[in-house]
Ligand binder design. Structure first.
Ligand code: IPM
Ligand code: MG
Length: 368
């Protein structure tokens, strides 16, 4: 055995707990990673940094250059959630580009995280929480949404102007072929490793960006003959997600459509607290976070569901560190706690065992 193999591998992770329930859920994800490290002989070294509202409080802005640099120099980034209560928090009395969300967008852009994967999987234990017709829920679903994350409406030119007493606001939706190509390639690679079915979602009956999207996706498809490609209009997709979610394997779409559809896809899993995500750059680097927000109303009560964050570190192990066995161990541990009836309050029902955020983390870690 080589000397290298005997030494434990070290992975450097920038940890952004963020705001609201962020610190509580990130603590549990770290706990699970440390359990993985202990069992498989890896060392996960965390550098805690601030981003979002807490960074505004500490440094006067949502993302500092220093924090961006620390993230860039890490092997991966773990993120809890950012932002506060829009009606109450002082953070929202600032100009839009100085609010917590601006930090997240700047981080995505600054780290080149162009492909956002959001996994929607209906655990059979949670089927009865699925808001869809029972026969649909019983069939289950397992899909990955690949959302383009650094282009489109989110990053186009925007302004508001007043002329002759009329106020006009403009947001620009712009995509170039190379931006579409790189995220499409990622989606095809993922589809090739799954059930080989890719549905690209657009609004090609109206938008030029969507017509270019379709053309480029068709070109990329030629390199992946093992993947079946079809196209779906975004309004139809919104309908199909609640009508027959089992038809989706991998869904590829642009930034704004993906934002909306991925919330819909998370809710049908029974709880928004169950959808993990990976935001990937070129190569192995990625940022991992639950899809849900910072839930300021339940912060600090030790009742938030940490499973989406825990499943997100599973994705980190798989995509950034190439540790498939360890990633499987995390997913299996989550499956076990659910099968044993452990539930945080968002998932609790008569007959199940109610656990807190930290107990859930302990229980998952114990099953690694
Ligand atoms: C998400 C969120 C963000 C987005 C917000 C907080 C800017 O809704 O990650 O889906 O719109 O991308
Ligand atoms: Mg969103």
């Amino acid at each position: 055995m080589s000397v290298l193999k005997e030494r434990e591998m070290e992975y450097r992770i920038a940890a952004i707990s963020g705001d609201g329930i962020g610190p509580e859920i990130v603590a549990e994800a770290k706990k699970v990673l440390n359990a993985v490290g202990k069992k498989y002989g890896h060392r996960f070294v965390f550098t805690d940094v601030l981003m979002g509202g807490c960074s505004i409080d500490a440094y006067g802005k949502p993302l500092t250059d220093e924090v961006l640099e620390i993230c860039r120099n890490s092997d991966a980034v773990l993120l809890g959630a950012i932002g506060g209560n829009v009606g109450q928090s002082d953070w929202y009395r600032r100009p839009p580009q100085e609010r917590p969300e601006a930090g997240l967008l700047a981080l995505r852009k600054g780290l080149g995280l162009f492909a956002n994967l959001r996994i929607s999987y209906l655990y059979k234990e949670l089927a009865e929480r699925c808001p869809l017709r029972q026969e649909v829920a019983e069939k289950g679903f397992d899909m990955v949404m690949v959302r383009e994350l650094t282009g489109g409406l989110y990053f186009g030119e925007r302004y508001t102007e007043e002329k002759d007493g009329v106020v006009t606001a403009v947001d620009t939706l712009k995509y170039s072929d190379w931006e579409i190509r790189r995220v499409a390639e990622q989606a095809f690679r993922i589809a090739a490793g799954r059930r080989g079915n890719l549905i690209s979602v657009d609004k090609a009956n109206v938008l030029d960006t969507s017509r270019l999207w379709r053309k480029v996706v068709e070109e990329v498809a030629k390199d992946y003959p093992e993947v079946t490609l079809s196209h779906m209009l975004v309004d139809n997709c919104a309908m199909q997600l609640v009508h027959n979610p089992g038809q989706f394997d991998v869904v590829l779409t642009e930034n704004m459509f993906g934002d909306i559809l991925s919330d819909e896809a998370s809710e049908i899993t029974g709880s928004i607290g169950m959808q993990p995500s990976a935001s990937l750059a070129e190569g192995h680097f990625g940022l991992y976070e639950p899809s849900h927000g910072s839930a300021p109303d339940i912060a600090g009560q030790n009742i938030a569901n940490p499973l989406a964050t825990i499943l997100s570190v599973g994705l980190m192990l798989r995509f950034s560190f190439d540790l498939a066995e360890e990633a499987d161990a995390v997913e299996n541990a989550v499956r076990k706690v659910l099968a044993e009836g452990l539930r945080t309050p968002d998932l609790w029902k008569e007959g199940s065992i109610k656990v807190s955020t930290s107990q859930m983390g302990d229980e998952v870690a114990a099953r690694i």
